[in-house]
Design a protein around this ligand. Structure first.
Ligand SMILES: NC(=O)C1=CN([C@@H]2O[C@H](COP(=O)(O)OP(=O)(O)OC[C@H]3O[C@@H](n4cnc5c(N)ncnc54)[C@H](OP(=O)(O)O)[C@@H]3O)[C@@H](O)[C@H]2O)[C@@H](O)CC1
Ligand SMILES: [K+]
Length: 463
């Protein structure tokens, strides 16, 4: 499951250097970048008047190429530059532009605006007056494009170094960067297009791609398709949501290990009374169990701790979420069976006690390495990281997912996919994708139960 590669600024520079070493001059890369961006702008805005804002580096150089190529196609183009061009290639691109260059602080608005002020070389926030003017010009335009990145975002973390406006399109050059998928930067454009400029971008970090799922074989039976156990706790509803999601995940069978007299909510789910620790332990002694979910509704008292200890000792691949993560606390790096998945949101991640700083991708990767488990660091941008360094990042999930119970659904779904394939990284990626797709199908103001109802259709769309 690999989507578009995501490269940090340093990795992008290395890929650029490799392309240059292979015989493609830097200026040729700039011409390719400008041509690819100009084509995208031409298709969107045709001959509407256009203002290109050019910065001092190579991002600005791309802007001069865009201006020249669109003017040659009959677009009324104006260029406003923020100071002098400072790189060899941008000087060359500026010299090839055959029109006037206005000072940035006097540029008048236009129907279309191109932000080619700063890209991967941004080292600090824009000056207030520059950021304000960029925002104002962008707000007044009907069509707006950010070249490579919206100016003001940190390439590797997606943080905002200065405030930036909302763009219509962001044109990523050569490869995606973390800021294209991590929030808040990933929320600064409505559409993202990645332009191929002939740079080979191979890396272990990718945007989450649509999964390819398979149908059961005619020879399959409920156990070969995967048996899931969901450990119930004091808040039975959350565990039941996880169980019902697992039952609609493609797995063959789901058992709900109830901590109280409560049915699992679907007749197809086998409810096993597991009130005492010994009942729970014996219900987990089954070699056919392919995945066990613990955490949703588990509780946080002594009894919950004992139940979690029994789960950790069972040896089956686990999906740990919610209360299980809180109870694990700073002991998270020890005792997690191999092949497991942890699904923390940022709050739960902080409670796991890794004391990690930095961007979301690096933190999730390091946590996966330390726990030897797949980490799904949830949010508007969910990062799925494997202990071997593979990472998939999903962005653009429905904002309606921020409602009670959707995390329980994801945990059950991840366990179901894990039971089907036995591969925790692809299971976690499939679960995140299916969860997002189910939300898209559920529309607006849905409840977690509605999300579960959409899972079969989401799965059917990828068979
Ligand atoms: N990689 C590739 O394969 C290809 C990359 N290409 C393009 O190159 C772009 C990267 O270009 P780049 O490295 O020249 O950096 P860029 O973002 O233009 O700016 C750096 C300049 O801005 C300055 N500066 C920084 N922050 C500032 C601030 N807040 N306020 C004011 N100034 C500030 C900084 O100076 P300094 O930090 O030293 O003060 C420096 O002078 C990339 O995004 C893509 O568009 C394509 O052409 C082709 C293939
Ligand atoms: K830009």
């Amino acid at each position: 499951m690999s989507g578009l590669a995501i490269l940090t600024a340093a990795q992008m520079r290395a890929a650029e250097q490799a392309a240059i070493a292979s015989g493609i001059p830097e200026y040729e890369l700039m011409e390719r970048a400008g041509a690819a961006a100009a084509e995208i702008i031409w298709r969107a805005g045709a001959k509407r008047d256009l203002l290109v804002l050019c910065g001092p580096g190579n991002n600005g150089g791309d802007g001069f190429v865009i201006a020249r190529l669109l003017r040659a196609r009959g677009v009324p183009v104006r260029v406003a530059a923020l100071g002098e061009s400072r790189t060899e290639s941008s000087l060359k691109a500026r010299a090839a532009w055959n029109g006037p260059v206005e000072p940035f602080d006097q540029a008048a608005p236009a129907t279309q605006i191109v932000d080619a002020l700063f890209g991967t070389g941004l080292s600090r926030g824009l000056e207030d007056a520059v950021a304000d003017r960029l925002s104002s010009l962008t707000a007044q335009a009907s069509f707006s494009y950010a070249v490579d990145l919206p100016s003001g975002v940190d390439t590797d973390s997606g943080a905002l170094l200065s405030h930036a406006p909302l763009f219509g399109v962001c044109i990523a050059l050569g490869s995606l960067k973390p800021a294209h998928v991590l929030h808040p930067a990933a929320g600064l454009f409505r559409r993202l297009v990645c332009a191929d400029i002939g740079i080979v971008a191979s890396d272990q970090v990718h945007r989450l791609s649509t999964p390819h799922l398979t149908r059961p074989l005619t020879s399959d039976h409920k156990y070969s398709r995967g048996l899931v156990a969901v450990v119930g706790g004091s808040m039975a509803g959350a565990g039941r949501l996880a169980a019902r999601a697992a039952a609609r995940s493609g797995a063959g069978m789901v058992r709900y290990l109830a901590a109280a007299e409560a049915a699992a909510g679907l007749d197809a789910i086998v409810t096993v009374q597991a009130k005492t620790i010994s009942e729970l332990e014996s219900s987990l002694v089954d070699g056919r169990l392919a995945a066990v979910v613990a955490g949703p509704g588990l509780g946080s008292d002594e009894r919950a701790k004992e139940r979690l200890a029994a789960v950790l000792a069972c040896g089956h691949p686990l999906v740990l979420d919610a209360d299980a993560l809180t109870l694990l606390g700073s002991g998270a790096a020890e005792g997690i069976p191999p092949g497991s998945i942890l699904t923390p949101h940022e709050g739960e991640f902080a409670r796991l006690g890794f004391n990690l700083r930095g961007d979301k991708i690096s933190r999730a990767t390091e946590a996966a390495r330390r726990t030897d488990a797949v980490i799904v660091l949830k949010g508007a941008d969910s990062v799925v990281a494997a202990p071997d360094g593979r990472v998939a990042v999903s962005s653009g999930a429905s904002p309606w997912l921020s409602t009670a119970g959707t995390g329980d659904v994801l945990a059950g779904l991840a366990a179901g996919r894990l039971a089907v394939s036995g591969d925790p990284f692809s299971a976690a990626c499939e679960a995140v994708w299916l969860h997002g797709e189910a939300a898209r199908r559920a529309g607006e103001a849905f409840a977690a139960d509605d999300l579960i109802a959409e899972l079969p259709a989401a799965i059917a769309s990828r068979l």
